[in-house]
Write a protein that binds this ligand. Structure first.
Ligand code: C2E
Ligand code: MG
Ligand code: MG
Length: 749
């Protein structure tokens, strides 16, 4: 039977060429022996060759019918035709082959041809049983032929039939031999190929650093382990994780959870340390991949273990770089925020829990850093970090937020306020002992701002900025630590916004002075002006001093500002002439400027530079400035009065002055705070206070100025009370230099 269709894959070229080398063993002699096919048989067949060939046409028709009546064979034939093959040629080929058998050709060549046909059948998917059917028809045909042909001698008929049957059996056997040889060869090829692939896989698995094993879930046994796995974990591999005993106890829970997950059908990956006697502790990535049946039941788990120590330490180094402060090794601002956020997340899940956020600032750090250099500064920061760290629990986070600012998070405290207060005191205590650096003793003080979740904010950013503003308020108030207070700190936060912009405002010439006249109540004459500072903010326009002076003080920027005010005010005022005489000018000096050692010499320089006499200048300080260090204050006032400079106590009545002290100081003016004037007309108590301040001033030999006078009736009332001078919108608002000159000209008329 010919090969009608290509049902099996053609062997690959590589295999075909390999087979070419092994030539087919000759088929023949043993067949002849087994079938007892003799020379007589072949002679007999030759003799009747022509007669036998005559019935070929009838046989061809039977074969056709056989093929097309069998639906399976017909299908194969039609499919062959659909692929462009010619069925007629096929069937003719088959017929020719069978008819050739009648020639009795038992040569090796003919045998090889039959064997090739068997191979072809295998290759094209022609079943052996189909061939059997075709041969059975053939035998029928022969029998009929031998029995009915008149040209055959009667005594030859049996021998001829026997010879023909031998030839047919022989051919059937040879084609079958070809068929199974082809099958065996193909299987051998496949096995070789598989073996080759296995060799490659084995080579790969022995050489890759990853460890691989497969766990059969049903039996909980390791069904495959790569050579590396055996080398790493030892010969007897315990399922499911052969090196489980090398995983630290604290990590085992994680591995077991991951295993449960993969058995439930999801692939899992995790990283964990594994110890090894040769290599020590190293990090491994463990990956589990499940293989499930159609119903989703996991049958096997393929496991991969890979050394990721380098990757892990690179990642750790990177993480450290991005989350660690280089100088102190503490957490940096980013990590601090992270920790704060996680502490808040935990607290949110635990009703009643709170988190305390603290910002710690070192008061004298900048001074040491500037005077002793960065190396000393860095060392100091490390020592500070070390001391603070000792006060905290392991679960607290200490971070360096930048410069001399540290952040602390106390997570999950039941009474956060109390805990924070205790920590604040301990931190201050820890920092109060002097630090030694290169045989020097450095003394520091610290200031702490505290905010608490949930009272002072819900999120990390708000809490951090609230702790920050509480810290600044503590600084201004010279308090060691303060908690955030919503209303008070709101303005502090705003002040903070200025801090960045305030740097450089002087250089950018964004400051200007406005001047407000002071009038003698009795004569109505101008007797001086007060210089009031303004900041032309690039975005916010004119900003008043109450908003930025405290920030400038805090940032240590006030002294250069005071210098500028001095120079500018003297320079302007010496050109304002009333009846040919220069108008005296008052400037405000805040506490820090007042107490700074260079104040007197700078005032002297300024006076010299402007070429004016000390009597031309008045310095206004508040009661609190004076009282914060009375001895120092007293000596500065003495020096000022030696220069001829007058001294005014500003906002008098709002602070706590020691009257006995005031008596001994060279004070020239008391300025009644405007808050007493606001309601003086209606409130007899305010009027009484104003009256007693005026009396007190006069007793101290001082002139008394009322500031913030806005109305005629107040002016009259003050006049009756004996007040000497007034200043306020009623006379004039503070005016810039040019405006003030115009006002002077108008007033002269
Ligand atoms: P101060 O020295 O008590 O100045 C008087 C303040 O009262 C000024 O506010 C002034 O504009 C305002 N004022 C004057 N007349 C009236 C009035 O009739 N009604 C009302 N409601 N207010 C009036 P300003 O200019 O905003 O200054 C506020 C404070 O800022 C000053 O209070 C002073 O303590 C400080 N300051 C101003 N200039 C400087 C400066 O150059 N250096 C320093 N260190 N502090 C300054
Ligand atoms: Mg003033
Ligand atoms: Mg005042």
């Amino acid at each position: 039977m010919p090969a009608p269709t290509n049902k099996r894959k053609q062997p690959k070229e590589r295999r075909a060429s390999a087979r070419k080398k092994t030539s087919h063993p000759v088929v023949g002699k043993e067949f002849n022996y087994v079938l007892q096919l003799t020379g007589e048989d072949t002679l007999l067949l030759k003799r009747y060759q022509d007669i036998l060939a005559q019935g070929a046409a009838g046989f061809a028709e039977k074969t056709y019918n056989y093929m097309f009546d069998n639906p399976d064979i017909a299908d194969v034939l039609y499919a062959y035709e659909r692929q462009g093959g010619n069925i007629g040629d096929l069937v003719r080929g088959q017929l020719e082959h069978q008819l050739n058998l009648l020639n009795g050709d038992i040569s090796e060549k003919a045998a090889a041809e039959s064997e090739r046909l068997g191979r072809t059948h295998y290759r094209w998917g022609v079943k052996p049983v189909w061939s059997l059917g075709a041969y059975r028809l053939y035998v029928d045909h022969i029998k009929q032929l031998v029995a009915s042909e008149s040209g055959i001698e009667d005594e030859d008929r049996d021998a001829l039939e026997s010879a023909l049957l031998k030839v047919v059996f022989r051919d059937l056997a040879i084609t079958s031999e070809g068929y199974w040889r082809a099958a065996v060869e193909q299987l051998t090829d496949q096995r070789d190929e598989l073996g080759h692939e296995q060799d490659l896989a084995g080579e790969l698995l022995s050489n890759i650093p990853q460890l691989l094993w497969t766990v059969d879930i049903e039996s909980n046994r390791i069904s495959y382990a790569s050579p590396g796995t055996q080398a790493f974990c030892g010969e007897t591999l315990e399922a499911p994780i052969p090196c489980f005993y090398r995983i630290p106890g604290s990590e085992r829970e994680r591995v077991l959870t991951a295993w449960q997950q993969v058995i439930d059908g999801s692939p899992v990956q995790l990283e964990l340390p594994v110890s090894h006697e040769d290599t020590g502790d190293r990090w491994y990535r463990l990956a589990f991949y499940p293989t499930a049946n159609r119903r989703g039941r996991v049958l096997r788990v393929h496991c991969l273990m890979e050394d990721v120590t380098e990757l892990h330490s690179d990642r750790e180094r990177l993480e450290q770089l991005s989350t660690q402060d280089e100088v102190t090794g503490l957490a940096n601002r980013t990590l601090w925020y992270d920790r704060l956020a996680s502490a808040l997340a935990v607290a949110r899940r635990n009703p009643g829990a709170s988190v305390a956020v603290m910002v710690l600032d070192i008061n004298q750090f900048k001074m040491y850093n500037d005077s002793l250099g960065n190396e000393a500064g860095d060392e100091l920061l490390r020592m500070i970090a070390g001391r603070v760290q000792k006060v905290l629990r392991d679960t607290d986070t200490l971070a360096r937020l930048g410069g001399d600012e540290f952040g602390i998070v106390l997570p999950m405290v039941q009474n956060a306020e109390k805990a924070a207060e205790r920590v604040a005191r301990e931190v201050m205590n820890a920092l109060s002992a002097p630090f030694s650096f290169k045989n020097r003793e450095l003394c520091l003080s610290s200031v702490i701002g505290i905010s608490v979740y949930p009272q002072h904010g819900e999120d990390a950013h708000t809490l951090a900025s609230h702790a920050d503003s509480a810290m600044y308020r503590a600084k201004w108030n010279s308090a060691p630590f303060l908690f955030f207070e919503t209303e008070v700190d709101a303005s502090a936060t705003e002040h903070l916004q200025f801090s960045g912009q305030l740097h450089g405002a002087l250089e950018r010439e964004e400051f200007e002075l406005h001047y407000q006249p002071k009038i003698d109540l009795a004569s109505g004459r101008l007797c001086g002006a007060e210089a009031l500072l303004r900041w032309q903010h690039p975005q916010q326009g004119l900003v008043l001093p109450k908003r930025f002076i405290p920030v400038a003080e805090q940032l240590g920027m006030i002294s250069p500002i005071t210098d500028w005010v001095l120079d500018t005010a003297l320079e302007h005022s010496k050109h304002w002439l009333v009846d040919g005489e220069a108008v005296a000018i008052s400037i405000n000096v805040s506490a820090r400027s007042f107490q700074s050692p260079g104040l007197i010499s700078r005032i002297r320089q300024s006076l010299d530079k402007a070429g004016v006499d000390g009597s031309h200048l008045e310095v206004e300080i508040t009661e609190d400035t004076l009282m914060s260090d009375l001895d120092l204050g007293a000596s500065i006032l003495e020096e000022l009065s030696t220069l001829g400079v007058s001294i005014a106590i500003d906002d008098f009545g709002t602070g706590y002055s020691s009257l006995s002290y005031l008596k001994r100081l060279p004070i020239n003016t008391l300025k009644i705070d405007q808050s007493f004037l606001e309601d003086m007309a209606n409130d007899p108590r305010d009027a009484a206070i104003v009256r007693s301040i005026i009396e007190l001033g006069h007793n101290l030999n001082c002139k008394v100025v009322a500031e913030g006078v806005e109305a005629q009736n107040v002016r009259e009332q003050l006049k009756q009370l004996g007040c000497d001078l007034i200043q306020g919108f009623y006379i004039s608002r503070p005016l810039p230099d040019a405006g003030f000159r115009e006002w002077l000209t108008r007033a002269a008329h």
